[in-house]
Design a protein around this ligand. Structure first.
Ligand code: NAI
Length: 334
């Protein structure tokens, strides 16, 4: 079945890694028509009006997008386009699988964890103001609606992907009301999924446990800020952000993207590693029902990593982006 997918190739190394992924997916013989849209100039950075842009309309229409990294200004009044997009499309679930790749130097082997992060509220609600000069307040918003919805998503995801255990991560010993509500919602949902074991851990202990023994985790369910931090921590255990994918998923649209940034230090040099975006594209193939193509591309990627001869510099090889891409395509066609 042919698919039309929105492509936001992004900034910095974004266009290089996007082109590599497009070539690999073309070789996988999934019929994709890419609708390329720019993230620049057509989004109202106040966020509220982002829904009228070409980019958002394209994703609404196609329901799926692949996205490269976008440069974000730090500590200016400009909100992040990434955050604005998630809000505009209500992409409430951030899914971050963390798994080892052969030949990638890492602290642990055989790590295989899925982190599910609530994507729309918590301290990311963007409600900050100056109370009086020298005092700033930032609101942590937790609602029953969003907490219940992400809990259902996580338990459904566990069933769909054959996962057996979910840890709810919190700091309800201190934030008794906000994190307390998050936990109460998960517990209620968990009762309806007796086949999935449900446990809870306080965030600080959960981080220490992650570094000591990540193998005890199957799936983690977290609020926005804890999820942001802990998913990067987990990625660090398997080799970093260059080798993990992500999906931002809502009820009517999804955006799959690499979690690394625009890598301005290597942009334009043809040496960027497209692995993270390719792994995100594999998640995207599963999402659009192209399960068998997803497995073929994944197995080609793993072959290239096992073989180890065509890896890019960031993972200890010497290959260029296009040599790596050629190797994945050759492995696909074997
Ligand atoms: P970064 O991830 O762009 O770079 C950190 C280091 O990792 C650099 O040395 C870079 O060369 C390397 N690196 C990253 N991706 C790579 C790849 N695919 N292949 C090989 N090496 C890779 O993080 P940084 O420098 O903090 O951010 C740069 C810009 O990216 C900023 O404007 C930031 O806001 C933006 N950013 C965007 C994200 C997104 O759109 N999802 C996520 C993170 C950062």
């Amino acid at each position: 079945m042919p698919h039309t997918i929105t492509l936001i190739s992004g900034d910095g190394i974004g266009p290089e890694v996007s082109a590599a992924v497009q070539r690999i997916l073309a070789a996988s013989q999934v019929e994709i028509t890419w609708e390329e849209v720019s993230a620049r100039g057509d989004i109202d950075l106040r966020g509220a009006h982002a829904v009228n842009t070409d980019m958002v309309e394209s994703i609404r229409k196609n329901r799926v997008a692949l996205k490269g990294p976008l440069a974000t200004a730090i500590a200016t009044g400009q909100p992040s386009i990434n955050v604005a997009l998630r809000k505009a499309l209500d992409l409430y679930a951030n899914v971050r699988p963390v798994k080892n790749l052969p030949h990638v130097k890492s602290k642990f082997s055989d790590v295989d964890i899925i982190l599910i992060r609530e994507n729309t509220e918590d301290l990311y609600a963007g409600l900050e103001h100056e109370v009086v000069p020298g005092v700033v307040e930032s609101l942590k918003i937790i609602t029953e609606k969003a907490s219940t919805r992400i809990a259902r998503f996580a338990f459904d995801h566990a069933r769909k992907h054959g996962r057996k255990r979910i840890h709810g991560i919190h700091k309800a010993n201190i934030m008794k009301m906000s994190d307390g509500l998050f936990l109460a919602c998960i517990r209620k949902v968990a009762e309806k999924y007796p086949d999935i074991e449900y446990k809870e851990l306080i965030i600080d202990n959960a981080c220490m446990q992650m570094v000591l023994n990540p193998h005890q985790y199957d799936m983690l369910l977290l609020t926005n800020l804890y999820g942001d931090i802990m998913s990067d921590l987990a990625a660090g255990l398997v080799g970093g952000l260059g080798v993990v994918p992500s999906g931002n998923i809502g009820d009517s649209a999804a955006i799959f993207e690499a979690v690394h940034g625009t890598a301005p230090d290597i942009a334009g040099r043809g040496i960027a590693n497209p692995t993270a975006l390719l792994m995100s594209a594999i998640m995207m193939l599963e999402y659009i029902g192209e399960e068998s193509a997803a497995r073929r591309v994944e197995s080609a990627l793993h072959k290239v990593y096992r073989d180890g001869k065509s890896l890019t510099q960031d993972v200890g090889g010497a290959a260029t982006t296009s040599q790596f891409t050629d190797a994945v395509i050759a492995a696909l066609e074997k």
